[in-house]
Write a protein that binds this ligand. Sequence first.
Ligand code: 5AD
Ligand code: FES
Length: 379
Amino acid sequence: MAIVTSGFEARPLSSEAGALTDDTILALLSGKGPDEALFAEADRIRREVYGDAVYLRGLIEFTNYCRNDCYYCGIRKGNRNLSRYRLDKETILGCCREGYALGYRTFVLQGGEDPYFADDPDGSAVSDGDRRLCDIVASIHDEFPDCAITLSVGERSRESYERLHAAGARRYLLRHEAASCDLYRTMHPAEMSIENRKRCLYDLKDIGYQVGAGLMVGAPGQTLHHLLDDLHFMEDLKPDMIGIGPYLRHADTPFGRSSAACAQGLDKEEKLQLTLRLLAVLRIMFPYALIPSTTALGTIDPKGRELGLKAGANVVMPNLSPAEVREQYELYDNKICTGEESAQCRSCLEMRVMSAGYRIVTDVGDVKRPAECSSGMKG
Ligand code: 5AD
Ligand code: FES
């Protein structure tokens, strides 16, 4: 068993040893324990629950329209230097067919909060947007009944989430971004709130979705204490999936333009290391979670995704979007995989997963839970 000894009190890092204390988490995140021991313990726990399996999720970025103006994000409404696109249902189904042939059994439909798909503000009426999105979900569900459909389309009413669930969606990714009210405020315009985001996450869970939360590491103004708030929030939410990646600058955003925001952030190497440490802490705290080694991690370092897998991640999300639109889904500068075809992303990731010492599995890859918490997980 790995024991962290340097810099702070010796402490076994195993899940049976009980919850990590705040002090231990802060010490681990600040690099006071040897990172190798931390990563090895995360890997041990991950292998105990999931073996060497790495799950594939085919990512379809189907719209880059967004009504929101988050200060960090390249597809924010206020970015006029971006040409906007929206894939129609046939094109999306085409991506799924290609993905199915490549072995994918989960499709992740991700997009900005596109007004074309918007729900009714108070949720009671079925909006045109609801109908359009439900129709896409139902068509994928019809044609690929053995596949899981994951949605990542932002904040909606509970009723709209219920309709999408009834249409066949079973998983939902909605990064909470920052559990701390104060930090959330500095990253988003006034009309967005962490309260509504949390409401969405608890609604989704209550409806029966497998739910994913998450955040960006090294966002301007973020401290280790903020990350601790995020961990406490997730302890309460108990997400099935947790998505984290380094914050990366996008030049056409308020954060990207602000020298203060740039100066506040960590440098590349620090962000990479902190992301890896947080991945390991997440694996130790949430042994059952599905945790992707993200594109942002692969963007900050050419070996970032391999390192992420070795630090506890067990999911990869190759891009299935049509090659022509990939560059337009630019959340941050220099995003990788924009020039590739779907088959290239698939084989590139297969090679990376193998070289890190793991094995791609192509089943649906539902979350594994201890028996006592598994009720209501599937639907
Ligand atoms: N750097 C890294 N990640 C980003 N995201 C948005 N903008 C950036 C950025 N500049 C992340 C957010 C969002 C997810 C889809 O992408 O966390 O939830
Ligand atoms: Fe897309 Fe490597 S995963 S090119």
